[in-house]
Design a protein around this ligand. Structure first.
Ligand SMILES: [Fe+2]
Length: 234
């Protein structure tokens, strides 16, 4: 499996605090059957430089090699909607045109559609991170479907399907799966103790809704296609 959203990079955001925590997370991911992780630290201010992320990425890759933990770490970001759009091309997922976009948790900006449209015009393929945890979308899922009409993709969080974020997010995640709106399930893991990098339980639960094969696509063939830069159809 490939986890496209994980805060495994050490010491950069509210994810792994240090390298040893990152290594613990990689061990957990490996035990769960995850072979590749895209490290997606929060990119919410211009002071987070690409170079600082590359240095941490190299440190982590080297440490995992030393420890013989067979998990490939790729580099990306969870890009805040508020970031200046001139910065976006620095933080795509593993250098592809795919970009993981984080909305504010409490509301959906009025300009969401406009900004996503401009991203698409510039050639990006936006992926909305965990809309099932957005308060405005929970109240009115049509807001999301209006955005999806523009070829925007959706990533839901594994923990939403297992109930970690409450019944409303769980119901919304299940609803989005049933509607065929979901292209990726990812861990959005932040540590080795809580919000851990595991996908298998959520994939199992998704399989009961959309069938095992379709559920597996969300953590295998869809992420592979994304990393190959191919266009993904919902
Ligand atoms: Fe995240």
């Amino acid at each position: 499996m490939i986890d496209i959203h994980c805060h495994i990079l050490p010491g950069v955001d509210d994810g792994a605090a240090d390298l040893s925590e990152s290594v613990k997370m990689a061990k957990i991911a490996h035990a769960d059957g995850i072979s590749k992780i895209i490290a997606t630290p929060h990119i919410n201010e211009p002071s987070i430089t690409r170079q600082s992320l590359i240095i941490r990425h190299e440190m982590l890759t080297q440490r995992l090699e030393e420890k013989m933990i067979p998990v490939d770490i790729l580099l990306g970001g969870e890009v805040s909607f508020y970031l200046d759009s001139s910065q976006f091309n620095l933080h795509t997922l593993n250098g592809t045109k795919y970009i993981l976009i984080e909305f504010p948790a409490g509301h959906l900006l009025q300009r969401a559609g406009e900004i996503l449209f401009h991203l698409i015009l510039k050639g990006f393929y936006p992926i909305i991170a965990h809309p099932e945890r957005n308060a405005a979308i929970l109240k009115n899922p049509d807001m999301l479907f209006n955005l999806l009409n523009m070829q925007v993709l959706v990533q839901i969080t594994a923990g939403s399907l297992t109930g970690m974020f409450g019944q409303d997010s769980k119901a919304c995640a299940r609803f989005l799966l049933r509607k065929g709106a979901v292209s990726f399930i990812a861990s959005d893991a932040h540590s080795a103790r809580y919000r851990r990098p595991v996908l298998s339980e959520a994939v199992h639960k998704a399989g009961k809704i959309i069938g095992k094969e379709n559920a597996l696509k969300l953590v295998t063939t869809n992420p592979e296609a994304m990393l190959a830069g191919e266009k993904i159809r919902r």
